[in-house]
Design a protein around this ligand. Structure first.
Ligand code: CTP
Length: 406
């Protein structure tokens, strides 16, 4: 039976807080989308709403305690953990976040959450002070970095009388995010992916630098798409003005030399490396200690030295089983130059674009690219960078599949 056609299953974890009653509504909204929902409650949650309510709504027994006699002869928490296509905790208290972040399994919900291999999504709801507490914020970052999808709380009037962040996000939004996550292919689960993005800056003096027009948008779109498809993503980023995608490890760099160091240190542990960054090919031979002054009408000559080629350096150390992808931003003969770079940098795939074409290249949300492998060329139409990202990831998976079959 195709896994795509069977009824999807959400395990809904409900933790104690005044917003528990809203979980009933989330359950109903998910059911309306044809999703089978199983509920796991913490003891505290049952003080707000009786398990009987969730049992009646879901049509399944509600799991509360690990020591209860299971309804079936399977070990119940493991059975639920396996059945889940998505593990959604809503509302999620500061306490469950702390437990998840630390791998604590001391009741039915935390035990099931630790055992599941399904994507985990949490919708926190708590008092503003608890949300703002550095401990909660650190737990949040830990969970995010591990790929837990966070539905951030809204700001508003809270049940405790305070106003601020901590209000459970609208139930419709939570249900929609859950549906989207279920519809997403998880075909990159288990893969470690490193993406480089953005420009470098090469200082000339304390106030000036050499850089380029890379916006980082293409690399960021790839990092986000890979994350959503289940990969564990590290994003090496130059200075850009766009928000970082959720759930990826961010490693900032400024110069090409810094990028090289960051990339070399992490390359070995990766399955896939996608280099969308635009590292400057040259840097100043010497960075002036003081601001360079006007030369009284005479011209100014800067002496530049060549930077190392990051992609070529990584390419020399490529292990079997790794898939390396580069970009070639060209202004003429894009395909011929790209083919040359594919071989020279020991890449498996290169994405070529002619940055002079309208709708392609820097600072726009679209791109027109040709994907080139050692054996094929695929010209894509004008697409959003998000769609280009998906096509590149599809191609990477196809290459890896093909190699496994060889
Ligand atoms: N690249 C790199 N290190 C550099 C320059 C480029 O790793 N110093 C990488 C880019 O991240 C990209 C690919 O190489 O994936 C092609 O970048 P591009 O600027 O098109 O290539 P160059 O080798 O710099 O070629 P040229 O400037 O001669 O076109």
């Amino acid at each position: 039976m195709s896994t795509e056609n069977r009824t999807k299953c959400v395990v809904l974890g409900v933790t104690g807080g005044i917003a528990v009653y809203k979980a009933c509504e989330i359950l109903r909204l998910l059911q309306k989308r044809g999703i089978d929902v199983f509920v796991v409650m913490t003891k505290n949650a049952t003080r707000f709403v009786s398990p009987l309510t969730f049992e009646t709504l879901s049509g399944h027994p509600v799991a509360v305690d690990t020591f209860e006699r299971p309804a079936t002869w399977e070990v119940e928490h493991i059975a639920l953990a396996k059945r889940a296509d998505l593990f959604l905790i809503a509302p999620a208290t500061a306490n469950i976040m702390a437990k998840l972040a630390n791998g604590i399994a001391d009741d039915m919900l935390s035990t099931t959450a630790l055992a599941t291999r399904a994507p985990v999504m949490i919708a926190p709801a708590m008092n503003t002070g608890m949300w703002d507490n550095p401990a909660t914020q650190q737990n949040l970052r830990t969970l995010e970095a591990r790929g837990v999808q966070i539905i951030a709380p809204a700001t508003g009037h809270l049940a405790c009388g305070d106003s601020g962040a901590g209000k459970l996000e609208a139930v419709e939004t939570i249900a929609e995010r859950a549906v989207q996550a279920l519809e997403r292919r998880q075909d990159m689960r288990g893969l470690r992916v490193m993406v480089t993005a953005g420009p470098t800056r090469e200082a000339l003096d304390p106030v000036r630098y050499l850089s380029n027009r890379s916006s980082g948008k293409m690399g960021y779109a790839i990092a986000q798409a890979a994350r959503e498809r289940g990969a564990q993503v590290t994003l090496l980023t130059g200075p850009v003005a766009i928000p970082a995608p959720q759930g990826v490890e961010i490693v900032p760099f400024t110069t090409t030399m810094e990028l090289l160091e960051c990339a070399k240190a992490r390359a070995d542990g990766q399955d896939v490396i996608i280099q969308a960054a635009a590292p400057a090919d040259y840097r100043a031979r010497e960075i002036a200690a003081q601001k360079i002054k006007k030369q009284g009408g005479a011209g100014l000559t800067l002496e530049l030295v060549e930077n190392p080629d990051v992609a070529a350096t990584l390419g020399e150390r490529k292990r079997s089983g790794q898939t390396f992808v580069g970009f070639a931003a060209e202004t003429q003969d894009a395909i011929a130059h790209a083919e040359d770079k594919l071989v020279r940098k020991n890449l498996d795939l290169i994405v070529a674009n002619d940055v002079t074409r309208p709708g392609a290249g820097f600072d726009v949300d679209t791109n027109i690219v040709t994907m080139i492998t050692r054996s094929a060329q695929m010209q894509l139409p004008l697409l959003s960078k998000a769609d280009v990202a998906e096509r590149i990831l599809d191609q990477i998976l196809a290459l890896r599949e093909q190699r496994r079959g060889d």
